[in-house]
Design a protein. Structure first.
Length: 158
């Protein structure tokens, strides 16, 4: 199934809402990740040495913005190109970092759930199955591209 114009519009519309308060949604996103999987804290260098999520941690905010933005951009690429196209050096870096951190398939599912819950909270009444499906598909395609690069990275290391 192709990513529809409506799916792209839904992702863009909700991203515009979240961009209005990135510090809040970044913090909320990581709070949900750690609520679902507390052990994930050790996977983030900017979180592992603290007992709580720092409210004003610039690295946390920057990381969350990258996840939101890359997922949104994935949606646009899915619509325009029929696939996620990430800059080769960025994708190689993401694959390498995810391998180094020991990221596994279930970790991607935790991040997806946290992402969807964050978007749902951000847009409130506008949240529906179509919106969930659009963000879910965009995230799944981005995750698949990262996982593919992780396999290449692991094969090269072996």
């Amino acid at each position: 199934m192709r990513f529809s114009e409506k799916q792209e519009a839904l992702v863009k519309e909700s991203w515009e809402v979240m961009k209005q308060d990135i510090p809040h949604y970044s913090l909320r996103f990581f709070s949900i990740i750690l609520e679902i999987a507390p052990a994930a804290k050790g996977m983030f260098s900017f979180l592992k040495d603290s007992d709580e999520i720092p409210q004003s941690n610039p690295k946390l905010k920057a990381h969350a913005v990258k996840v939101f933005k890359m997922t949104c951009e994935s949606a646009i690429q899915l619509r325009e190109k029929g696939e996620v196209v990430v800059n080769d050096t960025t994708l190689k870096y993401l694959g390498s970092v995810h391998v180094q951190k020991g990221v596994l398939d279930p970790h991607f599912e935790v991040v997806k759930e946290a992402l969807l819950r964050t978007v749902q909270e951000a847009i409130g009444e506008k949240w529906n199955e179509e919106m969930s499906g659009a963000w879910g598909e965009a995230y799944d395609q981005l995750a698949a591209a990262i996982k593919s690069e992780m396999k290449e990275e692991a094969a090269t290391a072996a």
